[in-house]
Structure formats: C-alpha cells, structure tokens
Design a protein around this ligand. Structure first.
Ligand SMILES: Cc1cc2nc3c(=O)[nH]c(=O)nc-3n(C[C@H](O)[C@H](O)[C@H](O)COP(=O)(O)OP(=O)(O)OC[C@H]3O[C@@H](n4cnc5c(N)ncnc54)[C@H](O)[C@@H]3O)c2cc1C
Length: 318
C-alpha cells in the first residue's frame, strides 16, 4: 500500500483545513489534505453564507469551500479524498491511516469538524466494529456477497451506499425521510439492481450475537408492525454536532464537552499535533473562526518545523 510523506498532513478539508493548507503550502511546506467528502462538512451543507467577510451574500457554503480548496491546491496543496480511520502520533513522524494508503507527516493537523454524533441506535455501540461501520470504503469489501443496510439520506449515505453495491448481495437503504428524487445520485443508486429502498422507515434495533451483527429491526411509517431484516453489516450516516474524533483515540487530551484541548497556537497536548476549527468545540462555530484557527496553526507549524523563534508573517516575501 502507498506510503506518502509530507511536512504537514491535515485531516479534514473544511474551512479550517483548507486555510491551514493554503498557509503551509505558501510557506513551501509539502502539504497533504485528506478529506472524507467535500460535500458533508458543516460549511459544505450551509445553504447560504452571508457573514463570511468579502464574499457575496448569495454564495452557498459549498461554493465558498470550493474556492478555499482550489486556492490551497493552486499553491501546491495535495488534496485527496480519503477517510482517515486511525492515527499513530508516537515519534517524530505522525502516521495517518486511510483505506487507500498511509501518510506520514512531520506535523499533523486535526480538522474534522463537529458533525459527529454518539452511537444512538439500540445496538449500535455494542456492535461497532463487529458489523456496524461508518465507512464503506474502509469496510465494504468484508461484505462481499452479503446483505447490508445503509442508514441515512445525506450525500455521504448515498455515495457510500453506491460503493457498497459493488460488494454486497443486497443493500437495504433505510431513509426516515424521502430522498430528493431529482438528484442524479439518488436516481443512480435506486437504479442499482441490488438496492432495496426502505423509504420513510426508522431503524429500531441492531441485533447480533458473539459473531457480530445478524440483523436489524425497522419500522415503516405506514405500517404498525416492525420488520426484521437478516443482514451482516450496518453502515450508519447520520450527522450531529459532536466533534469528530473517533479516529484519534486517546492520543490527545479532550475537554469535557468532547472538544480537543489546544493552546494559543492551536497545538494539542501532543507535540507535533494541532487541532483547528469545530473539532475544538469552539463556543462560536463560524467559518471565519475555523479559517482563523487554520491560519494560526499553519504559522505555528512553520515555526515548529523551521525551529524559528518568532512567527514569520505570510506577507513578508524576501
Ligand atoms: C447548517 C449549518 C449552517 C451554518 N451556517 C453558517 C453561517 O452562515 N456562517 C458561518 O460562518 N458559519 C456557519 N456554520 C458553521 C460553519 O459551517 C462551521 O463553523 C465551519 O464549517 C467549521 O469548519 P471545520 O473546517 O472545522 O469543519 P467542517 O466544515 O465540518 O469540515 C470538516 C471536514 O472534515 C471532513 N472529515 C470528517 N471526518 C473525516 C475523516 N475521518 N477523515 C477525513 N476527513 C474527514 C469532512 O468531510 C469535512 O469536509 C453553519 C453550520 C451548519 C451545520
């Protein structure tokens, strides 16, 4: 599997991650951004962004994010779509794991936002890693020829369900609300011969035994009774407002509210690791605050990697 080395590896391509990448790239630091999906972060789903300085109040969050990402890429950032499932920060090189490859950075930046949620379906926590997954690209191949369920109606759920159609015998797609039937990706998914759509349906229970998940119980809005579906994998894509830190484990310190602890330079309690944006559970979650965090971390990283005593501002070009 591919191993890529960089000065700076940034996990998350929202306004925090893209701003950090813009600054580190402009400081001639080899920068890789690993982003699960550019359409599912908090800015990406913001319909209209009227309070980001300097941009038209007609602009959507997704368009603003595209501008930020393209600007970073223009200055040399290597942007890759990849879901990070683990890190190892022991030693000078920080290792980041994705299904497609391993990345090693002299500096690691955590910027995955706060669209996460605690496991809340009955059985979800019990079978996490034993049939319950949040990453089809990581785990899909384990379910070759087996029935699975995908729970959720957002873009990520739709894209991940499509990935699973390559492996699973049947993909039961459970949506509590009607998906947008005009959306190309929805149409494409529903046209797959191995997709069974359970519309206006709630997941009630994930069941299993020592070997892992054996089935789920669902309830359609129009029906009085719950139904049992026999399957081996359940992929859950629902968003909430909890910092996304599942891939971090206990390798940095957290506040009681789940946000990552940082100092004035966005440095975490672990040397060589920074955290920026909503992952800190900032009291004011705004795109401009996330971008500001990214700038601060980038300048601190430049100083750290170059062992400079003072921070060099980005606008001094000598
Ligand atoms: C509905 C809504 C409306 C909002 N409206 C406004 C507004 O009008 N003005 C304003 O200033 N702010 C607004 N905000 C807040 C603002 O969008 C956030 O504060 C900001 O986007 C946080 O930036 P971030 O980079 O920390 O996280 P995000 O924007 O959430 O980006 C995180 C990125 O990390 C990626 N990621 C997550 N997990 C992984 C993983 N394991 N591996 C790799 N990548 C991963 C995601 O795909 C995403 O691209 C709004 C938020 C919401 C939810």
């Amino acid at each position: 599997m591919e191993v890529i080395e960089a000065d700076v590896v940034i996990v998350g391509g929202g306004p925090a991650g893209c701003t950090c990448a813009l600054y580190t790239s402009r400081a001639d630091l080899k920068t890789v951004v690993l982003d699960k999906n550019p359409s599912v972060g908090a800015l990406a789903i913001t319909h209209q962004i009227a309070n980001y300085p300097g941009v038209s109040n007609e602009m959507s969050g997704e368009d603003l994010l595209t501008l930020m990402r393209e600007q970073a890429i223009q200055y040399g950032t290597d942007y890759r779509r990849a879901q990070v499932f683990g890190i190892d920060i022991e030693g000078d090189w920080k290792t980041v794991y994705t299904p497609e490859g391993t990345y090693k950075g002299k500096a690691l930046v955590l910027a995955t936002g706060a669209m996460g949620r605690p496991a809340s379906f009955k059985g979800e926590a019990d079978f996490l890693g034993r049939g319950v997954s949040y990453c089809a690209t990581c785990d899909g191949a384990f379910y070759r020829g087996k029935p699975v369920a995908v729970v959720g109606v957002n873009k990520e759920a739709i894209e991940e369900a499509k990935v699973l159609t390559k492996f699973a015998s049947t993909v039961h797609w459970i949506t509590s609300n009607e998906p947008n039937q005009e959306d190309f990706h929805v149409k494409d998914l529903l046209e797959q011969s191995n997709v069974k759509h359970w519309n206006k349906t709630r997941l009630m229970l994930i069941e299993g035994d020592d070997g892992g998940v054996t089935g789920i119980r669902v309830k359609q809005r129009s029906e009085d009774l719950e139904q049992n579906l026999s399957l081996e994998g359940v992929f859950v894509y629902m968003s909430g407002s909890k910092p996304i830190t599942d891939f971090v484990g206990d390798q940095v310190a957290f506040k009681e509210d789940g946000g990552v602890v940082v100092d004035d330079f966005m440095s975490t309690t672990s040397e060589g690791v920074w955290a920026i944006g909503d992952i800190r559970n900032t009291p004011f979650k705004q795109a401009v605050v996330a971008a500001s965090d990214g700038c601060i971390a980038a300048m601190a990283i430049d100083r750290y990697l170059n062992s400079r005593k003072s921070i060099r501002v980005d606008w001094v070009h000598s």
